[in-house]
Write a protein of this length. Structure first.
Length: 325
């Protein structure tokens, strides 16, 4: 099953990374001990002391407290000497530790309490982006490549031109990503196709991903597919991981809201995702080709009220700019 293969691939990546870092550590220590034999002597003495004290405690339990106290005192002296030798040779104390890529989980993917490390979630996100080809797409559609000139400068009397409107949206979204995650506002982009809504979603995703912020980007259609697999295919471990990310990621971007098959189930599940994130102060960015009136017609009032009450709304309009590129 593809989902399990991806999880297994991530675990294989952890194994390879951990083994590589531990092999490097062993090689580095061997060289260090050749250069400074006293450090090797200290390490061997500490190891032997640990074995000896364990045996003594087992042989004479009544003296365990005294034995441990003496062991701790001797260990402190040796560790103090070790730190001094390292300092004299301009070697940081961390040099004796395995240089794990992730110090929190020690390149296992799991913390001591057996919960997934944040780096595990980030690996899942990267695999999902790789599958969806978004990584390639956001190399083109980002703030650095944004061209305001393709938007029409012409305006009807009493209205703002398409270009000025987009410039205003651009300024706001740039401020949004610069201030993330302290800015907890959510954004709704709505308007006809070809106005740049998806481009803005991609640009936001790239800017934040490049800074190590956890972003999950899904079309509404794919999001519902994830939810359905999570609800009805209990053995699908990837669907469970994906569903949890919908709620837990720093930012969730839902593109093309309104293209998913709509019924009471999807209405309820969309509400659960959006409401669940809002309750946790976790922002969303949503794009849709629907008008606000159409949103009211398609979705439940409790869903649209959550959007209208908690999102900044940005209307896109004007000529289709896809033909201007």
């Amino acid at each position: 099953m593809l989902s399990n293969e991806i999880i297994k691939e991530i675990l294989r990546e952890y194994d390879a990374t951990r083994q590589r870092n531990e092999a490097y550590h062993r090689k580095r220590l061997a060289q260090l001990y050749r250069d400074i034999p006293r450090l090797k002597n200290i390490r061997q003495t500490l190891d032997q002391m640990g074995i000896d004290v364990a045996r003594q405690v087992l042989e004479n339990p009544s003296q365990a407290a005294k034995t441990l106290e003496e062991f701790e005192a001797e260990s402190r002296q040796l560790l103090k000497e070790q730190a001094l030798v390292l300092a004299q040779n301009d070697i940081p104390l961390e040099y004796l530790e395995v240089p794990y890529t992730c110090s929190k989980c020690k390149d296992t993917g799991y913390l001591e309490d057996q919960t997934k490390c944040t780096c595990f979630s980030q690996k899942i996100v990267k695999h999902l982006y790789s599958q969806s080809n978004l990584q390639e797409k956001i190399q083109e559609e980002n703030f650095d490549h944004f061209d305001i000139e393709i938007f029409s400068p012409r305006a009807k009397e009493g209205e703002v031109s398409q270009r000025d409107n987009i410039q205003s949206i651009l300024s706001f979204t740039e401020k949004f990503v610069y201030q993330f995650p302290s800015n907890k506002k959510s954004l709704l982009f709505y308007g006809p196709p070809g106005q740049g809504k998806t481009y803005f979603c991609n640009a936001i995703a790239k800017y934040l991903l490049d800074r190590g912020i956890q972003v999950v980007y899904e079309t509404a259609f794919k999001l519902i597919d994830i939810i359905q697999r999570y609800r009805f295919e209990k053995s699908d471990t990837l669907a469970k991981a994906q569903y949890n990310l919908l709620l837990q990621a720093d930012l969730l971007i839902i593109d093309d809201l309104g293209t998913e098959f709509n019924n009471s189930f999807t209405n309820t599940e969309l509400f659960n995702i959006i409401n669940g994130r809002l309750l946790k102060n976790k922002p969303l960015v949503i794009s849709t080709n629907l008008t606000l009136t159409e949103l009211d017609q398609v979705y439940s009032s409790r869903l649209t009220s959550r959007i209208y009450g908690n999102f900044d709304l940005f209307k896109f309009y004007g000529p289709d700019v896809r033909w201007q590129k």
